[in-house]
Design a protein around this ligand. Structure first.
Ligand code: SF4
Length: 451
């Protein structure tokens, strides 16, 4: 019997068609059908909906449209067999020491329900967001930690249930537990949320940064702007949370100008954690690019190029089993710009792997602020600011502020509005503030460790 992500929807049905040794395929969620299937086999009764099976030489399949909504009956995952077998194979395996425990708290995506990211094929028919009650998550983690003698967890969810930030991670933080978590989040987190996650044990996050180009993020329908991505990376770095991310390129609507802007912005961000790589987007099954290619100017030209090497039978329809596809768009981006972006990112990574770690931070006294900037190689500099620029750096530190907010703040401190505006523009020019659509954020990290 087969199921799971690679057997979802028509992929599972095609595998079932061409491999006669498979008895059953569940091409969707299985919780609701497994027990009825076992009972029907035991009592020789009709096979329930949601299970592809064979009858009189043909294939029978009726869809099960019910989503698994109620997790409260789900037991915590049982890894006993895995660890027992591992111990038999290799009693000294490093995997046995403080093992990483995989745990699912939620299914679907609350962002994708409203705006499906155009490249994302993670949720086929299961986009509806469903999460476990907090008491259950807490009890399961407690049980799994004790049973497998582990402090390390990897949440396998597409996106974090936002109420867990306070309810689960806040609770972990208040109890000073030493558990560690990997989790996928949307990047529009606030400083306070990142602080709570960090203190609650989130030591690695994957925030779906994807790009620092406004147009490319809009093209993806990602629901975040470069400014929010920067804020997320800044505070994750401050609180010691590792950020896993990539720059995605190859979107159908992207332009040369998007590349130029992103390259310029990246040069201001060298003190923040670099991406793993710059990579072309995959055209994934179930994504809007797959389901509505004509809407985006995408032409799907075939299954991913690896498939024929894996399945060489003429009988198998690779289009039906493929999860990723080859495609073309009308776009012609200047290859020199792609190369420049890739090389800029490679240098960014190299700096972070060297002894010459780039930095941009500020220290604050009563009447002045000093900014230490070593983003450009071999040219570290130190600038002391007094008056308006000093308090603008501090005022825009935690979250982006509008020019109006900055001016109002200036008035409160007895400074002139026009002067404040000039100072903002000057700080932006120096790459100490980043401005986007009338909002400004201090790019420098605070040196003070108590925020
Ligand atoms: S990329 Fe992430 S946020 Fe976007 S729809 Fe997919 S799971 Fe949701």
């Amino acid at each position: 019997m087969f199921g799971g992500a690679n057997f979802e929807s028509e992929m599972g049905l095609e595998y079932f068609r061409v491999f006669p040794w498979i008895d059953f395929v569940v091409p969707g969620e299985a919780e609701g059908v497994l027990i009825p299937l076992m009972k029907s086999l035991e009592k020789n009764e009709p096979i329930p909906n949601g299970v592809a099976h064979r009858s009189d030489g043909g294939i029978v399949f009726a869809e099960n449209h019910e989503l698994h909504e109620d997790f409260s009956d789900n037991a915590p995952p049982d890894y006993d067999d895995f660890f027992e077998q591992l111990r038999q194979i290799d009693p000294d395996s490093s995997l046995l020491e403080n093992p990483v425990i995989l745990y699912e708290t939620a299914r679907g995506c609350w962002w994708g329900e409203k705006h499906h990211c155009t490249f994302c094929g993670l949720n086929a028919t299961t986009m509806k967001f469903r999460s476990k009650p907090m008491e259950q998550v807490h009890a399961d983690i407690s049980y799994l930690s004790q049973r497998y003698n582990s402090f390390r967890f990897r949440l396998v969810d597409n996106i974090l249930e936002m109420k867990y930030i306070e309810g689960i991670f806040g609770e972990m933080a208040r109890n000073n537990f030493d558990l560690q978590f990997f989790l996928e989040v949307k990047s529009n987190l606030t400083k306070q949320q990142i602080k709570l996650l960090a203190h609650g044990g989130a030591n690695v996050i994957q925030p779906g940064i994807e790009s620092f180009s406004m147009n490319q993020l809009l093209e993806m329908d990602k629901g975040v702007r470069p400014l929010q991505n920067i804020l997320c990376m800044k505070w994750a770095m401050y609180y010691g949370v590792e950020v896993n991310w990539n720059i995605l390129i190859g979107f159908p609507g992207e332009t040369d100008e998007d590349y130029r802007q992103q390259i310029q912005l990246v040069k201001l961000l060298l003190h923040l954690p670099p991406p793993e790589c710059v990579g072309d987007l995959w055209l994934e099954r179930f994504s809007p690019y797959y389901t509505r290619p004509e809407e985006y100017g995408v032409t799907i030209t075939g299954p991913g190029e690896a498939y024929p090497y894996v399945y060489d039978s003429e009988d198998i329809d690779l289009f039906r089993i493929a999860y990723d596809f080859e495609f073309t768009t009308q776009n012609e981006i200047d290859p020199a710009l792609k190369k420049e972006l890739t090389e800029t990112v490679q240098k960014w990574k190299a700096r972070h792997q060297s002894d010459d770690l780039p930095y941009l931070f500020f220290t604050k006294s009563m009447n002045f602020v000093t900014v230490y900037d070593d983003r450009s190689i071999g040219n570290p500099n130190k600038n002391r600011f007094e008056g308006a620029p000093a308090w603008i750096i501090v005022f825009c530190n935690e979250s982006p502020k509008t020019m109006d907010q900055i001016k109002k703040h200036a008035q409160g401190l007895g400074a002139e509005e026009a002067a404040a505006e000039q100072e903002v523009l000057q700080l932006e020019k120096m790459g100490i503030l980043y401005g986007e659509k009338g909002k400004y954020l201090t790019l420098a990290l605070p040196h003070n460790a108590n925020l």
